[in-house]
Design a protein around this ligand. Structure first.
Ligand code: PEP
Ligand code: MN
Length: 354
């Protein structure tokens, strides 16, 4: 990404601040303490809050924008807030908000994203796009493409997890395979993780933040409030600036590249060779299954021999467990091999000529 707000900032980038801007005093105090703690690269604060149910606090609205600007003047830290419609964009541009973000409940709606993209045409303000609330990679990518079609080039992604119906350990399940797939599709875009909305509680923030760093995310967006228990929204997941400071300092940021590149190349080379063998062995095994199918058809016996299948399964599992493979992995692997083998064998039963 060229001349991006991200270029000037270290990795991992930290976006921190309260879920909602509540009062001038609350935002300035939080900003001051974040500044003193020394980790925040961008100050966040929700001005317009998309709440799931009505009658919750829906944000202070435009009157909070000058408070954010004061916080920036006081601390020198750039500011960011969520926009959900054209009017929000206009007001943010008017007040000089540095970075915008599109929330999960907006990314899900192409009409709303298009309205924002239209309002942004002709500007090049950095915009971060949260994943949609449902696990749909296409919607996430599509929202970014709409912004790009408006000429924006400073775009990043925020992974904030995916909502679930049943009670869960997470407020929003991380489904890490989706941000990983996002990375595959758009390796050119920075991606930060929002552990606050994934966790919904304070005590699991560390483990999710560390996982994000281990998966090579570019940074974190964490909700931080001067007095978390009294927060007007998302109280359970917010932490003080000082607790955030300790959390950030306890995270291990791993190197993206191996220091000893030869060591990595050797290991990968060995893995590639083993993978080659695995594929060949599986192909040989399935060819044998095809032969078995032919013989079974000639002798007119059923494909599924339950006793043999049970024996194979037990044998594989015993051997695999002894070699350090996990029960879950072996279960899936053995089942897949068996299913494919049955499919191969049945090819002969479907053919008339044998
Ligand atoms: C937020 O960041 O406060 C917010 C509303 O997040 P999300 O869109 O991820 O729910
Ligand atoms: Mn929030």
């Amino acid at each position: 990404m060229s001349s991006s707000v991200f270029d000037i900032i270290k990795r991992p980038i930290l976006i921190a601040g309260p879920c909602s801007v509540e009062t001038e005093e609350q935002f300035l105090n939080t900003a001051k303490r974040l500044h003193e703690a020394g980790n925040a690269d961008i100050l966040r604060g929700g001005i317009w809050k998309p709440r799931t149910r009505p009658d919750s606090f829906e944000g202070v609205g435009a009157k909070g924008l000058p408070w954010m600007v004061t916080a920036k003047e006081m601390t020198g830290i750039p500011i960011t807030t969520e926009v959900a419609k054209a009017r929000h964009v206009e007001l943010c541009l008017e007040f000089g908000i540095d970075v915008l973000w599109i929330g999960a409940r907006t990314t899900v709606n192409p009409f709303a994203v298009q309205e924002i993209a239209d309002a942004l045409r002709g500007t090049n303000i950095p915009v971060l796009v949260k994943n949609p609330i449902n696990p749909d990679l296409g919607l996430w990518l599509g929202a970014i493409e709409r912004l790009e079609k408006s000429g924006l080039t400073q775009i990043g992604a925020i992974h904030r997890g995916f909502s679930n119906y049943s009670e869960s350990y997470y407020r929003n399940r991380p489904n890490w395979q989706i941000p990983i797939a996002f990375r595959d599709a758009r390796p050119d875009l920075p991606m930060v993780c929002d552990p606050s909305h994934i966790c919904g509680r304070r005590d699991t923030l560390y483990e999710v933040s560390q996982t994000a760093m281990d998966l090579n995310f570019d940074g974190l967006m964490v909700e931080s409030h001067e007095n978390p228990d009294e927060a007007w929204s998302d109280a359970a997941q917010q932490i003080t600036p000082e607790v955030l400071h300790d959390l950030i300092n306890s995270i291990v940021v791993r190197e993206e590249e191996f220091k000893d590149k030869h060591l990595l190349a050797d290991l990968r080379n060995n893995i590639d060779q083993l993978d080659d063998q695995i594929i060949r062995l599986l192909a040989d095994r399935m060819n044998l299954a095809l032969e078995v199918g032919k013989t079974k058809k000639q002798q007119n016996i059923t494909i599924l021999d339950e006793e043999r299948w049970r024996n194979i399964k037990d044998k594989y599992k015993k051997e695999g467990l002894a070699l350090g493979l996990t029960d879950k992995f072996l279960d899936k692997l053995v089942r897949q091999i068996h299913l494919e083998s049955i499919a191969k064998q049945s090819q002969h039963f479907l053919k008339k000529e044998d």
